[in-house]
Design a protein around this ligand. Structure first.
Ligand code: G3H
Ligand code: 13P
Ligand code: NA
Ligand code: ZN
Length: 328
């Protein structure tokens, strides 16, 4: 059944586990996530980004997720709008039946100018007021995602702060977070701790100076009852990079967020872990391998099947690693 995200996050907090929130853009990704959830008995958060809405269209995404709900009636499913740029965008998603929305007021509507704090409070509070009247959950964001190695906001997928950022912008301030939660009354808070979107997060396996789990702990100490969200949380598995390279891909050396760091963060209030890139890498590796090994094949079903299977395997791993398995 379609459920509110608040309900799932409350349960996750009560039982001390995290829930991966997977981005979806097409049929095979939705199927992979549902098969993985079914096999591990996990609750599901599927989210659609602005890029997904542009690629597939809101109606297709909504009906794909609805089909998932009908096909797996025993699995709780959240349909979440990822990175809403304005109250109007969030309201549009609520009208379409999304059970959860993110109001990303850390940036202005253009998706690249850093917003001032009062603007963020104002737009987030506006969305919370409307959403809560309809039983819809709201995620907000405080702080700017970006690299503590280069002090740049993330731009790989077209949204993210422009220019050089300060340490204060790249790490969410616990005291300000407390004020933000109190004034907006949001359900879940996305925080900045050195992660960024896309495949190129870190130039080396991250240590505490460039991925601050310490900051997660400080925020959790100040806000023990707030559900925290980690964006940019793909782990960028080295074996997938190797497979992509082996079958003709060209990807530079790069590192993601290690699963053990996420597991540590889950002990300190992180309940929603956003993952898009890892599914992209898994599917691309499988498609490259299949087409390389079967150069005469041309039926998309034949290469989408191993891609779907690879995505499913990745999802199963995360459901198990985050402790989600068994909680559907
Ligand atoms: O929010 C970031 C996600 O990875 C989605 O990216 O806008 O390319 O779909 P996208
Ligand atoms: P990744 O690019 O690390 O998968 O992050 C996805 C995300 O944060 C979506 O909002
Ligand atoms: Na989100
Ligand atoms: Zn994100």
């Amino acid at each position: 059944a379609l459920v509110s995200m608040r309900q799932l996050l409350d349960h996750a907090a009560e039982h001390g586990y995290g829930i991966p929130a997977f981005n979806v853009n097409n049929l095979e990704q939705v199927q992979a996530i549902m098969e993985a959830a079914h096999e591990t008995d996990s609750p599901v958060i599927m989210q659609a980004s602005a890029g997904a809405r542009k690629y597939a269209g809101e109606e297709f995404l909504r009906h794909l997720i609805q089909a998932a709900v009908e096909s797996y009636p025993h699995i709780p499913v959240v349909m979440h709008q990822d990175h809403g740029q304005s109250p109007a965008v969030c309201q549009g998603a609520i009208d379409l039946g999304f059970s959860s929305v993110m109001m990303d007021g850390s940036l202005k509507e253009d998706g690249k100018t850093i917003a001032d704090y009062e603007y963020n409070v104002e737009v987030t509070r506006t969305v919370v007021e409307a959403a809560h009247r309809q039983g819809v959950t709201v995620e907000g964001e405080l702080g700017c995602l970006g690299s503590l190695e280069t002090m740049q906001g993330d731009k790989e997928d077209g949204h993210g702060a422009e220019g050089t950022l300060s340490m204060e912008q790249l790490l969410t301030d616990p005291e300000q977070a407390a004020d933000f939660v109190r004034r907006t009354q949001l359900d879940a808070l996305a925080i900045a701790i050195g992660t960024s979107h896309g495949a190129y997060k870190f130039t080396r396996k991250p240590t505490g100076d460039i991925l601050s789990i310490k900051r997660v702990k400080e925020i959790h100490a100040r806000l023990p009852n707030t559900h925290l969200v980690m964006h940019g949380s793909s782990s960028v598995p080295q074996d997938l990079l190797a497979e992509i390279r082996e079958f003709g891909g060209d990807m530079k050396e790069t590192y993601g967020v290690p699963v053990e760091e996420i597991q540590e963060a889950i002990k300190y209030g992180v309940r929603k872990i956003n993952i898009d890139t890892d599914i992209r890498l898994a599917m691309t590796a499988a498609v490259r391998r299949f087409l390389f090994e079967n150069p005469s094949k041309f039926d998309p079903r034949e290469f989408l099947k191993p891609a779907r299977l690879a995505a499913k395997k990745l999802c199963i791993e995360r459901y198990q690693q985050f402790g989600t398995a068994g909680h559907a």
